[in-house]
Design a protein around this ligand. Structure first.
Ligand SMILES: [Zn+2]
Length: 180
């Protein structure tokens, strides 16, 4: 297991469009190890998602914690993800980013989406996600297009440091403490 170095805002890798992966590339041993390292890195930093450009690789791949329906989180890789909103409805909520540490801001996102991607064997799959889970995959897919959550904010008056977030803004059971 290796913990990878996380790129911080300002590093050009976070602003480039990542390239798609061929299914045969996904199955290669080097990519399987990279996926495992991304999962370990995400868990080490207590993130809820991590995209390959955040660890200096310009490829269309992210890992994210997905609720298995019984309240347990499974960390899944998504390769070449494509998101389709299932409703025009957007919700605004808090986000953080491992590449913009210790900052939180409120970001409007689609509340209900379908995501299609390849799994770690290069096989296509799809799932429907709502609310916080939908928010996480939109945040991660944005990373593959060089987009950071600041770019999605409609206004900036909610921006807050983590300490002040905890003191003034966070609800007791808030998931938004996690960075992605
Ligand atoms: Zn992020």
């Amino acid at each position: 297991m290796s913990i990878l170095k996380v790129a911080r805002m300002g590093h050009p890798v976070l602003r480039n469009r990542a390239r798609a992966l061929d299914p045969s590339e996904v199955r290669a041993a080097v990519m399987q190890k990279f996926i495992d390292d991304m999962v370990d890195t995400m868990l080490e930093y207590e993130g809820i998602g991590l995209a390959a450009p955040q660890v200096h690789e310009g490829i269309r791949l992210f890992v994210a914690g997905i609720d298995d329906g019984n309240g347990k989180l499974r960390v899944l890789p998504f390769v070449n993800p494509v998101i389709t909103p299932l409703s025009e409805q957007k919700a605004e909520d808090w986000e953080g980013c491992l590449s913009i540490p210790d900052i939180r801001g409120r970001v409007p996102r689609y509340a209900h989406v379908r995501i299609e991607a390849l799994d770690r064997k290069g096989k296509p799959f799809a799932m429907e996600l709502q609310n916080f889970q939908a928010r996480v995959v939109q945040h991660e897919t944005d990373h593959l297009d060089g987009v950071l959550f600041f770019d999605r904010m409609s206004k900036f008056d909610s921006l807050t440091f983590l300490e002040e977030f905890g003191r003034y803004h966070r609800a007791p059971s808030d998931e938004s403490e996690e960075e992605a």
